[in-house]
Design a protein around this ligand. Sequence first.
Ligand code: NDP
Length: 309
Amino acid sequence: MTAKILNGAAVAQQIKQRVATRVAELAERNLKPGLAVVIVGSDPASQVYVGSKVKTCEALGLYSEKHTLPEETTTEQLLALVEQLNQRDEIDGILVQSPPPAHINERRIIEAIDPAKDVDGFHKINAGLLMQGSSEALIPCTPAGVIEMLDHYQIPIAGANAVVIGRSDIVGKPMAMLLLHRHATVTICHSRTKNLPEVTRRADIVIAAIGRKAMITGDYIGEGAVVVDVGMNSASTEEEVRHIFPDEEIPKRLEALQKRGSTLVGDVEPRSVVERASYLTPVPGGVGPLTIAMLMQNTVKAAERRRLL
Ligand code: NDP
């Protein structure tokens, strides 16, 4: 079997189109959803993520503002900014880019964000609402995007055996909850799971959210399974590229290595998995673009809830 590659960028484009249409309708009612993005320090990857969030807001007609704070910002100073943003009516969404510098107490920051403006869906109120399956929850963007992708390709979730590898609060756990609410039989795996390949081989849907470069090889995948690769890692040698990617992808990847010194790799090894899966999400162009699209959708949802209801 050769897997069909799922086009996350195209699905994200459709969601963004939907959001832009809604933003235009809201504009007629004098409502412009607003997102404040806060970044502490100068981590280059975080700068890129924040930049693309702000750019997407502009493209879809949302108001956005970026707050760049110096590396030495204290938790108290960051809390003060969050409090100001909580108070401003035109700000519907507040996002503090993760990870902040190590001296910042990230949990305190997340819990200080007004849950109604918590467009990342990380606040304990939203985590609790998600657990209960409440439509009021603001749902973390990456797992919400995975569900959109599965739905777009009409991949059945109800009754499926779904294995989520990873149990973080931002991806693995909410992913498992969303699949459960859609009536999948869900297994959550992590670093202490015994015989992981044996568990994953029984799955109809495998979601890899591990943060380990190309760890999930064909041996982990049952014939015909759907494989969603959430991971974002990088490969930086020609040997890795030749080992990880299918032959037809190697020239493009080597070119990226030459230009940038590295190329983006997920938690899945496409070279072997593509031979066993029925569907596979690529990296890049899979889950990543959906995450930003869902952030835009959450911001509009937050604005409607706060200002229309
Ligand atoms: P975390 O590091 O918070 O969690 C990783 C999880 O993987 C943990 O639960 C850990 O288990 C588990 N794990 C680690 N090693 C193994 C192993 N050998 N076998 C089985 N399980 C293992 O990562 P995140 O959830 O934040 O992110 C996961 C990946 O997704 C990363 O690559 C990240 O970059 C990417 N990501 C991509 C996004 C996107 O937009 N595409 C958005 C967010 C994340 P344990 O709990 O036991 O330690």
